[in-house]
Write a protein that binds this ligand. Structure first.
Ligand SMILES: [Zn+2]
Length: 209
């Protein structure tokens, strides 16, 4: 499937969570288990806000096997996501947090690299694969996006070789320094198709590109 080209009809952005929006857990901890251990990466609130401002829907899709392992309950995970939302602020509201709570042994269809969470998102919001931009920091994020034919951009340049090896010669995998840079670059590319792009007093209309 080749839907790697930038589609100007992007309607939704699906962010991976740990390592993309927030710092990965410390090396002694495999998971974020408490709200106080959640720390956003730089520019994340601005990035999600920019997605909202562009009229697109921001989602989180996240692997949280800590639930299946019994380290945390669904309710406790929702509290962590509530904390993330509070840190992001009202203008950067996440439309919905999708997560896979299962362990590998459960053989579910939502565990990345499988695309179950993205498929559910498509069903819930009536989205087509080429209307979704997936932003993540790992090969499994890429594989999930690729398997439905969604565009993927990488926020961990050091992973680029690994991720690119999973693609094909024709499959472009843009890599950006962080999620804010990724969102701004991608939005700039699709902005010509957005309704506000033609507004006379659009805030970025003075920016030469
Ligand atoms: Zn699952």
């Amino acid at each position: 499937m080749t839907v790697q080209a930038l589609n100007k009809g992007i309607k939704a952005v699906a962010f991976s969570r740990d390592g993309t929006l927030n710092h990965n857990p410390s090396t002694s901890q495999k998971y974020i288990l408490r709200p106080e251990d959640l720390h956003l990466l730089p520019g994340v609130a601005e990035a999600v806000w920019a997605v909202r401002r562009a009229g697109l829907l921001p989602f989180v899709f996240s692997q949280q096997s800590c639930v299946g392992e019994g380290l945390i309950t669904h309710k406790e995970l929702r509290i962590i996501h509530g904390q993330m939302q509070q840190m992001l602020g009202e203008d950067a509201r996440i439309e919905k947090f999708y997560y896979c709570p299962h362990t590998q042994a459960e053989e579910c269809s939502c565990r990345k690299p499988l695309p179950g969470m993205l498929l559910q998102m498509m069903k819930d919001y009536n989205l087509e694969p080429d209307e979704i931009l997936v932003i993540g920091d790992s090969a499994r994020d890429f594989s999930a996006a690729k398997s439905i034919g969604a565009r993927f951009v990488l926020t961990a340049p050091e992973q680029w070789e690994v991720v690119s090896a999973l693609g094909s010669d024709s499959l472009e995998v843009p890599a950006y320094a962080d999620v804010h840079v990724a969102v701004l670059a991608e939005l700039q590319n699709i902005s010509l198709s957005l309704p506000w792009a033609t507004a006379k007093h659009h805030p970025t209309s003075a920016v030469a590109i």
